[in-house]
Every structure is written in C-alpha cells, then in structure tokens.
Design a protein around this ligand. Structure first.
Ligand code: SF4
Length: 296
C-alpha cells in the first residue's frame, strides 16, 4: 500500500481526502490510474531514455570538441611558429648594411655597440632607417667588407662625404674607421665622424691623435648643457663621467688640430639651446644646431 501510494499521482491523495468511502471506485480508479500511470510511466521512461541518450550524445560531442580544440590550437601554433621561423630566417639571410646613401652622403655603419641609451635614438623603435636595415646580424664588418659594399655604389666621387654613423657608436671600431678614412681619401671623399664623444672612455686611451689627418670633421653630439640633463636623456653607461668625457674629447680634438664641432637638435627647447650655446662658447668649440627630423 505504501508502495502503491508511492506510485499514485498526487490527485489520488486528494480523493482520499474527499472522504467518498468508495473503496472499489478507488481501486478501479487506482487500477485505471495505475495502468494509465504505467503508460505514462513508460512514455516517461522512454522520454527519459531519449533525453539521456540526447544528453550522452551532446556530452560526447562536447568531449570530442574539447579533445579536438588542443589539436587545432596545436596546428595553429605550429603554423604561427613556421611563419615566425620563415620571417626569422629571412631576417637572418638579409645582407647586413655596412654602407648606405642619404642626402648625397655615403654613411658607414660599423657597429651596433653604444655606450649610451639615448631616449631619442632612432634605433629604439626602428629596425630600419630610411629603408636601410642597420641592425648587424652577422657581426661588425671588417674594412674589406665595408669597401666591398661601398664599391657596389659605383663612382664614389658623386658623394660629398663618407660619414661614420649608424646604429651604434663608431669609436668602438676606431682602427677600422681610421683604415677606411685612408680609403675614402684616396677616392677623393671627405670624412666625418658622428660621435657621442665617449671614445676615450670606450677605448680606455686617448684616441684623438689617431684621428688626426684621418677625419675631416668630428661631430660631437652635445644633446644637453649639463651632466644631470645629459645623464637623464642619454643614459651613458659611464654615468656623469660620460658628459665630462664628451666635453674633454671635444677640447682634445681642438687642441690636437682635429676639426671638431658640437651638435644639438633644435627640439630640445629654447632655454636648453641657449645653455648649449654658452657651454660651446666657453670651450671654444663651434656649435651646429640641426633641425629635428621626425620621419625616418
Ligand atoms: S649615442 Fe647615438 S647610437 Fe648611441 S644611443 Fe645615443 S643616439 Fe643612439
């Protein structure tokens, strides 16, 4: 009975509560309902089974999707890696640029080493400079390698100057630079060095006498009028000595008869420009103020 009660739908309990006392009717209804309940239960069971099957199949699909996701991800990752490798190998296979032409001058890129980490350095954000890839992937070049590339430009007489300037500080390669100066002079070109003026600290000796008669102009980037400011924007690895060494280098050039000038870019602010002018005058080294070129 308890069992039956359990199988009865809730309406049956309602009948009992009505107090009809019709046990047969109750039994008939119970039977009918039991039978009906059976059919309904069968349908329910079938429905439940269907639902279970559907759930199982959905679960299986989900599982399959989950299993295939990492495989897809792996495939995509593989493709990305392949593309990266291709780009890398294209980069590695690209010939290093030791010489490039700009504004009628021949520029020589001897190294990527530098004792400064200037805020405004073009190499901070660029892989190329006016289309020239100046990061050296195969090491610093020998003078012979530079000459081989330079000769690819044809008659060198069409250039105004050979300028040592690239994605690094040329005085790291002072011997190579001096050798190349002789070559360019032979070819009738004037020579210029663009430097951060820390060559004596870099080489741990006074290199100025080595430059005499080799460089027609030494252009020292002044950038700031005080060591505090210079340290802030140029971040020399030598700290404040970097600024002092740079001023001393310019003075030594002047003393040794090496044509030298300071240079600044006009975007540093009027006050700083004026302060730089005063500093240059005080050490009797001319100051060249050049326009800031944003697009390169
Ligand atoms: S000194 Fe020249 S190469 Fe070196 S970080 Fe400054 S701007 Fe760049």
């Amino acid at each position: 009975m308890e069992e039956e009660k359990k199988n009865l739908p809730p309406v049956q309990g309602g009948n009992g509560q009505n107090g009809n006392g019709n046990g047969g009717g109750r039994r008939r209804r119970r039977k009918k309902r039991k039978g009906g309940g059976g059919v309904a239960q069968g349908e329910n069971t079938q429905n439940a089974q269907n639902k279970q099957n559907q759930n199982q199949s959905a679960q299986k699909q989900e599982q399959r999707a989950k299993q295939s996701q990492p495989q897809q991800k792996q495939k995509n990752h593989g493709k990305d890696k392949q593309k990266q490798n291709q780009n890398q190998s294209q980069e590695d296979n690209r010939k290093d640029t030791y010489a490039y032409v700009l504004d009628g001058n021949l520029y020589i890129n001897l190294t990527n080493k530098c004792s400064n980490g200037c805020d405004f350095c073009v190499r901070n954000e660029r892989t190329s400079y006016y289309g020239n890839y100046l990061w050296l992937r195969h090491g610093d070049p020998t003078p012979e390698k530079v000459i081989a590339q330079v000769n690819g430009f044809g008659d060198l007489k069409r250039f105004k100057e050979a300028v040592f300037c690239g994605f690094g500080e040329p005085t790291y390669r002072v011997a190579e630079m001096v050798a190349l100066c002789d070559y360019f002079h032979e070819k009738g070109l004037a020579t210029r060095l663009n430097t951060n003026g820390q060559g004596n600290l870099i080489n741990k000796r006074d290199i100025v006498p080595e430059l005499k008669g080799k460089l027609d102009l030494v252009n020292v980037s002044l950038n700031a009028a005080s060591s505090e400011k210079y340290k802030k924007i140029c971040r020399s690895q030598y700290g404040e000595s970097g600024f002092e060494a740079m001023i001393e280098f310019a003075k030594l050039c002047k003393r040794n008869g090496v044509n030298c000038r300071f240079s600044i870019v006009d975007c540093i602010g009027e006050e700083e420009v004026e302060a730089c002018k005063r500093l240059a005058e005080s050490v009797k080294v001319p100051l060249y103020i050049r326009k800031y070129i944003a697009d390169s």
